[in-house]
Write a new protein. Sequence first.
Length: 98
Amino acid sequence: MEGGTTFHFIDASPTEALETAREAADDQDVRIGGGPTIIRDFLAAGLVDYMHTVVVPILLGRGVRLWDGLEGLEQDYKVEATSSPTGVTHVTFTRTGT
């Protein structure tokens, strides 16, 4: 893509996918994109150092829940939330040294 961004789509475990991405990025930062299932898999494997989520106050009534099965996740992260005038809340998770 313009600016040098490259996307690779692979069928692998989160650990294998991250290893492949780090090699392709020459050990620079790697961003994970995807829906809740992908994000949950990487979080459960302990592979996320920093995460920025945006909570939008809209009730959809269906879909995949991001936080299911991740009870206690907040113990490994510093969590900060910032609300905006539009009602959107930005939540960041930064891994702690534990």
